[in-house]
Design a protein around this ligand. Structure first.
Ligand SMILES: *Cc1c(COP(=O)(O)O)cnc(C)c1O
Length: 397
């Protein structure tokens, strides 16, 4: 049976280039980069190279790149840093959005318990795309941080990062962006976009799991989430995950080099998929059609459960997600879909299809062949659909 892995927003397959970069780090270059002997110093060079490569792709300086264990850690580190720096100046207000990843939302929620005030900007007005003027209006005298994701992980919408960056610079407020979905897929330039801190994670761009980066602009003094040795300027101690770091750098370089070509090809496939799925009655695309990640399609189908659709699709080899992977064990509808104003009942009937860079026309055709009849079958046996059809329930897309 054909397998179409269309859950690349959850994680990606490692590229051949990344695997090839990783293997010698496991077999040959096993030294500790902090060791002064030759075996150690060869590895130290690989570490410096990886740092320089990643910095170049972001238009940052190598000494602004901090290696972490994942995107989640980078988000925590950035937000904790801004909170601590702000608190020292009596600034205890944070601006974010209602549809951030939980790595951001749960960190700012924790800070709320510790006396911070958080403004959660609504994102419903323009179908999941923020208006930069809303950020400007939310910034106060005591704002310590603006943290807004580059692109949303569920609905793929892309935020006006450069405009937000300019506003934060003018207002002298630290600006962090969770760019985990954007890195390797959208152009990033931390200087041009006025970004003070940025999180990324290797496994979202065909690198390995368990390794990420926090970019922190020169002058932003990171706090320590852990105490220990002198690695990463003492800010992020622990012997470096060399295999992960080197493979991440290789994957990032490759993704950035291929970005333009992949983006054009994926956007065409994505649009074909959106057009095809739009033909299903009482269905709707979630998030702006244009300002979205090249490979992201998120659809709601009225009267069915997204989870059931996911399982039926899996039976025919199509792998997608309902809600975000982290939340899909819970019965609550996705906070992202609720934040953009999708009705609770409708949000339950949603799936995210995230195409990888190797996606083909045949993959999209296969999805368009298999998915519509499954939705029709699920509606046949759905009491909710029955009620909707009889008019005893009123909400319709
Ligand atoms: C995947 C993801 C994260 C978490 O990254 P990990 O490396 O899995 O911890 C954070 N933010 C966004 C937007 C993501 O998509």
């Amino acid at each position: 049976m054909r397998t179409v892995y269309a859950d690349n927003a959850a994680t990606t397959k490692m590229s051949k280039t990344a695997v090839a970069a990783m293997l010698p780090m496991l077999e040959e270059f096993y030294g500790n980069p902090s060791s002064l002997h030759t075996t150690g110093q060869i590895v130290k060079e690989k570490l410096d190279e990886a740092r320089a490569d990643i910095a170049k792709c972001l238009n940052a300086e190598p000494n602004e790149i901090y290696f972490t264990s994942c995107g989640t850690e980078s988000d925590n580190l950035a937000i904790r840093t801004a909170a601590e720096l702000g608190a020292k100046k009596g600034k205890k207000h944070i601006v974010t959005t209602a549809f951030e990843h939980h790595a951001v939302l749960h960190t700012v929620k924790k800070l709320e318990k510790q006396g911070f005030t958080v403004t959660y900007l609504p994102v419903s007005a323009h179908n999941g795309v923020l208006d930069a003027s809303e950020v400007e209006a939310a910034i106060r005298e005591d704002t310590a941080l603006v943290t807004i994701m580059f692109a949303n992980n569920e609905i793929g919408t892309i935020q006006p990062i450069e405009e937000i960056g300019r506003i934060c610079r003018e207002k002298k407020v630290l600006f962090h962006t969770d760019a985990v979905q954007a890195a390797g897929h959208l152009p990033i330039d931390v200087k041009k976009q006025n970004i003070d801190m940025l999180s990324l994670s290797a496994h979202k761009f065909h690198g390995p799991k368990g390794v990420g980066v926090l970019y922190a602009k020169r002058g932003v003094r990171l706090v320590n989430l852990m105490e220990g040795g002198a690695q990463e300027k003492g800010k992020r101690p622990g012997t470096e995950n060399m295999a992960g770091i080197v493979a991440m750098a290789a994957a990032f370089k490759e993704s950035c080099a291929n970005m333009q070509e992949v983006s054009v090809r994926l956007t065409a496939l994505r649009n074909k998929l959106i057009d095809g799925l739009s033909a299903i009655p009482h269905s709707a695309l979630n998030g702006d059609r244009e300002k979205r990640l090249p490979g992201n399609v998120n659809f709601s189908f009225e009267g069915i459960e997204g989870e059931s659709l996911l399982l039926y699709l899996d039976d025919v080899g199509i792998e997608v997600s309902s809600g975000s992977a982290c939340a899909s064990a819970s019965l609550d509808p996705s906070h992202v879909l609720l934040a953009i104003g999708v009705h609770r009942e409708v949000a339950h009937g949603s799936v995210r299809i995230s195409l990888g860079e190797d996606a083909t026309e045949e993959d999209v055709d296969y999805i368009l062949e298999k998915l519509p009849p499954i939705v029709a079958d699920l509606r046949e046996i759905s009491p909710v659909w029955d009620a909707l059809e009889k008019g005893t329930m009123t909400h319709r897309i």
